[in-house]
Design a protein around this ligand. Structure first.
Ligand code: TTP
Length: 646
């Protein structure tokens, strides 16, 4: 029997403690929890200066510890846990964060700074609820919180300090002491949860389990979402915008905008993937559970209108509005940094300071400093301690992966397209809405139309870069082994085609696109030698389609008028024999058209077409004799659907 009935809710589940701390293990074992211990490999190296408050550092470290284990287990241990618990304990005094001492001298420095004073001990805790997926990614929801305990040390003489240090006890403990053992003798008083100091706030943890299992419905994408019927969680606490898929190795830092408007929400639940992020806003509510000092539980639900207890105004709403107000500034900062080649410079020379960077990018020092600081706040750059008064700068993992112009998944060209083409189009949004027309024409005529070829090449670069990022998800979405020949209709530079043949060794792909596009796509093909991809010049609305048993339409249909769309689908249908496949890839809107924002925002600048849900596409294709076999929300830039000709 266990004292706390919530603990028993976890029986039968694979619970994992992502910690090597013997104290945490003991506290949770004593509470009756059954779990496995898988110590986290996450290195506690987050830059403390980037956090507004010490507890945010502890919480973020706890999250990273837990996520590292949650991601590693399905690969290394071949099992997906139901819950992973991570924790991080820090001591703070006089604005400093003290972790475990590196040596005796360090322990001495820490303990003397605590002598005769009150300090705070924070433990950040992260609970990761994992949902098994059959592909290579992990769906999870994250709940995090922290607990603060105040501890006052007596005045400690030098002799006493060294005697304590020589006992060996301080070395593996935050702040250099263990309150549960000899260190207890140094303590005058404790305000708050004692176990929190020892490394785990058991009481707060149980309260959180209570909220999770008794008061809160979390979305399990595996069990509650069907292809055409995505239900929202009745309670969505906070969400991260990570609509691009996150490779397992990259750190899932909060979205830049999320960081800009950091909400003072001690309790967060978020899904890291677009699928769960697409929850309906109307159904969203908030839970805020503050640390035990304020002992305040405030639950607000807007879905059914029932307010359980509302002790605070809805601060979260202001955060959302701030995010939206500042969104254009953040985008433009990214575009500008990208245009100046900032991420390339820092890839080649990491650690340069603002002045050196200004020289490299040929910009003013003042302007560069401001841009660098903005980029740090957006999670695009990190500062590096160079030992000099001026900090050095380096790329974050996200910047290295997506923002360098030479990286495999570079979005550099697409970002330039956003800056040069879409940004001016969006400046005309008011007219677009008033007139119901695309503003591309206006923008083009104000730029020099004679540069059409350059613009087209830029556009191809943009499409190529975003297609490369989406390609793996599209190519691996379905088992295509039964198809031998494919035609990528409007396949532009062949980014998708080359990925398809990489994943499916028996497949060859003909890329069909306009003669001018095929001609200009030659430079993109130089790096490829595989002859299984061929290019055919032609207009897919007029010319004969290459014979294939799989037709591929990636980001084509959304951009066509209804008339053109039906012409194209009829032509593909005529070219298909029964059993032929159609692989369609687009952003699929939610069935109630409430998201995802990427799709709906893109619609604002679209010239002729329309964004649709998976069911709408499915109906369209059915009208041309195709039966939808499978739909996949890939969590990448594009979703996918596989249909068969009846
Ligand atoms: C202040 C204090 C800390 N501690 C311990 C708790 C933690 O184990 C440690 C703080 O370091 P942490 O980095 O939080 O934890 P850890 O490295 O021991 O384990 P892991 O990273 O694998 O989770 O200090 C005490 O045991 N007693 C105390 O009084």
């Amino acid at each position: 029997m266990v004292l706390n009935p919530v603990i028993s809710k976890l029986s039968g589940k694979l619970v994992v403690l992502a910690s090597s701390s013997p104290r945490r293990l003991e506290i949770l074992r004593n509470a009756g929890l059954r779990f496995e211990v898988v110590p986290s490999w996450f290195k506690e190296t987050l830059k403390k200066g980037l956090f507004k408050a010490p507890h945010e550092y502890a919480v973020e470290t706890a999250k990273q510890k837990a996520l590292e284990v949650a991601r590693r287990m399905p690969i290394k241990h071949l099992k997906t846990p139901d819950m992973v618990i991570g924790a991080d304990t820090i001591v703070t005094v006089d604005g400093m964060i003290l972790e475990k001492p590196v040596d005796k001298q360090d322990a001495y420095r820490m303990l003397s700074s605590l002598s005769g004073k009150e300090h705070s001990v924070f433990t950040g805790v992260a609970i990761v609820l994992c949902h098994e997926k059959d592909d290579d990614e992990l769906d999870y929801q994250m709940i995090d919180f922290y607990e603060e305990t105040k501890v006052k040390f007596a005045d400690l003489s030098q002799d006493m300090l060294w005697e304590y240090i020589n006992s060996g006890e301080p070395m593996d403990k935050a702040g250099g002491y263990g309150i549960q053992a000899l260190g207890g003798m140094l303590v005058e008083y404790v305000h708050g949860d004692f176990l929190n100091v020892v490394g785990f706030p058991l009481n707060h943890f149980c309260k959180q389990l209570d909220v999770i299992y008794n008061h809160c419905s979390f979305v399990n994408p595996e069990t509650t979402e069907s292809v055409y019927d995505r239900h929202s969680s009745p309670i969505l606490i906070e969400q991260k915008d990570t609509s691009t898929s996150i490779p397992r190795h990259s750190s899932p830092s909060a979205s830049p905008l999320h960081k800009v408007c950091q909400r003072r929400c001690a309790y967060k639940c978020c899904s890291s993937f677009a699928k769960v992020n697409r929850l309906s806003k109307q159904d969203a509510g908030e839970i805020k559970l503050h640390n035990s000092e304020t002992t305040m539980l405030s639950v607000m639900r807007s879905g059914d209108g029932a307010v359980i207890d509302q002790t605070e105004p809805k601060k979260g709403d202001l955060g959302l509005i701030c995010e939206l107000m500042d969104g254009f500034k953040a985008s433009k900062a990214l575009f500008t940094a990208s245009k100046f080649g900032l991420f390339d410079v820092l890839h080649k020379k990491p650690g340069l300071d603002a002045e050196q960077i200004a020289q490299e990018i040929k910009a003013s020092v003042k302007g560069t400093e401001t841009l660098l600081e903005a980029c740090v706040s957006l999670g695009l750059l990190k500062t590096r301690d160079t030992g000099c008064p001026k900090p050095g700068f380096e790329n974050t993992d996200e910047a290295s992966c997506f923002l360098r112009s030479d990286s495999h998944f570079s979005l550099h060209a697409y970002i330039q397209h956003c800056n040069d083409t879409l940004w001016p189009v969006f400046a005309h949004l008011e007219s677009a809405v008033r007139e119901g027309t695309s503003q591309h024409g206006k923008v083009k005529s104000s730029t020099e139309i004679c540069q059409v070829i350059i613009l087209q090449l830029r556009f191809m670069h943009a499409m190529h870069s975003s297609a490369k990022v989406a390609a793996t998800a599209v190519a691996t979405a379905f088992d295509l082994s039964s198809y031998k020949t494919a035609c990528d209709v409007g396949g532009c530079t062949g980014a998708i085609a080359y990925e398809l043949i990489k994943i499916h060794p028996d497949l060859s792909v003909a890329v069909l696109d306009l003669p001018a596009v095929v001609e200009m796509s030659a430079p993109f093909q130089r790096q490829h030698t595989d002859k299984r991809v061929t290019f055919k010049a032609g207009d897919f609305l007029k010319d004969e389609l290459p014979k294939a048993d799989l037709y591929v339409l990636v980001r084509i249909l959304h951009d066509l008028t209804d008339e053109k769309l039906h012409i194209l689908l009829r032509r593909i249908s005529d070219a298909c024999t029964p059993g032929c496949g159609l692989l369609l890839s687009e952003i699929f809107l939610d069935e109630n058209r409430s998201g995802p924002s990427r799709g709906l925002l893109q619609a604002l600048s679209m010239s002729e077409g329309k964004q649709r849900s998976a069911a709408e596409y499915s109906r369209l294709l059915k009208g041309h004799g195709f039966i939808t076999a499978q739909v996949k929300h890939t969590n990448s830039l594009l979703d996918a659907m596989l249909c068969t000709k009846a």
